[in-house]
Design a protein around this ligand. Structure first.
Ligand code: NDP
Length: 291
């Protein structure tokens, strides 16, 4: 069997088109959807992410506000900015790019964001809502993964799912979403005794580890659906400098039924769902307080 490739770029383009139409409809009702992005320091990866997010907003007809601070900024300055953005009715989403420098208490910063503007879905209240299956904001990467599975009508109810990775931003929320959707979910991590044995039982594998090509064909059941969240830079060999996932795409492709590539898989969906959450926030606000 050779797997079908789930093209995240094509799906992302489609969803971004829908988001732009929603943004236009909001503008027609006097509401300009707006995302505020805070970047502290000049970490190259964070700077690229923020630049990409701002550019994606523009293409989706969403206004963006960008606030840059030096790495040694007093946290009180950023907290004051958050308070102002919380109080500003024209701002629908607030995002603080992580990681923050060591003088910050990251959890406290995330808690300072109003939950109805927490479009990254990292506020403890939104995490709790997700856990209880209540409406809130879903973190963007897990939301993107769910959208990908939905776009392919992958049956979730009763499915055996193995999520590899238990981080707060990817592994745990994906496991919660899949559990809420009726899947039987096993979460594996660095202490898991026999990862391959778990993986071989899975109808669906979600890999979010950060280890290049660690999941190989011998660990995957024939006909499985494989979602690769990992983004790794290859350090040596013929592919040095290129990106790859946590899944050994070339070999796993020969046994799986459906697989996401890296790049061009989950990656493009993450920013897409940030845009979707921002427009959703603006729509909720309009429903609460018509313009
Ligand atoms: P973290 O480093 O926070 O978490 C990695 C997880 O993998 C941990 O739970 C860790 O276990 C587990 N792990 C590490 N080694 C092994 C192993 N040998 N076997 C099984 N599990 C292991 O990473 P993130 O969740 O933030 O990111 C994971 C990957 O996804 C990265 O490559 C990242 O770049 C990518 N990513 C991609 C995004 C996208 O848009 N596509 C967005 C966010 C991340 P333990 O908890 O025990 O340490």
């Amino acid at each position: 069997m050779t797997a079908r490739i789930l093209d995240g770029k094509a799906l992302a383009d489609r969803v971004r088109g829908e988001v732009a139409l929603q943004a236009d409809a909001l503008r027609g009702q006097g509401v300009v959807p707006c995302l505020a992005v805070i970047l502290v320091g000049s970490d190259p990866a964070s700077s690229v992410y923020v630049r990409n997010k701002v550019a994606a907003c523009e293409k989706a007809h969403i206004q963006s506000l960008r606030f840059d601070y030096p790495a040694d900024v007093d946290p009180a300055t950023v907290m004051a900015r958050l308070e102002a953005l919380n109080a500003d009715d024209s701002v629908h989403g607030i995002l603080v790019q992580l990681p923050l420098p060591p003088q910050f208490d990251e959890a406290a910063v995330l808690r300072a964001i109003r939950i109805d503007k927490d479009v990254d879905g990292f506020h403890a209240e939104n995490v709790g809502r997700l856990s209880q299956g209540q409406p809130g904001f879903i973190p963007c990467t897990p939301y993107g993964v769910m959208k990908m599975l939905e776009s392919e009508n992958v049956p979730l109810s009763g499915a055996e799912v193995v999520v590899v990775g238990r981080s707060n931003i990817v592994g745990k929320p994906i496991a919660k979403l899949l559990t809420n959707a009726g899947a039987t979910v096993t979460v594996c991590h660095s202490r898991t005794r026999d990862l391959a044995a778990h993986l071989r039982r899975a109808d669906i594998v979600v890999a979010a580890v950060g280890k290049p090509r660690m999941i190989t064909a011998d660990m995957i059941r024939s006909g499985a659906v494989v979602i690769d969240v990992g983004i790794n830079r290859i350090e040596s060999g013929p592919d040095a400098g290129k990106l790859c996932g946590d899944v050994d795409f070339a070999s796993v492709r020969e046994v799986a039924a459906l697989i996401t590539p890296v790049p061009g898989g989950v990656g493009p969906m993450t920013i897409t769902m940030l845009l979707a959450n921002t427009v959703e926030s603006a729509e909720r606000r309009l429903a609460r307080e018509p313009a």
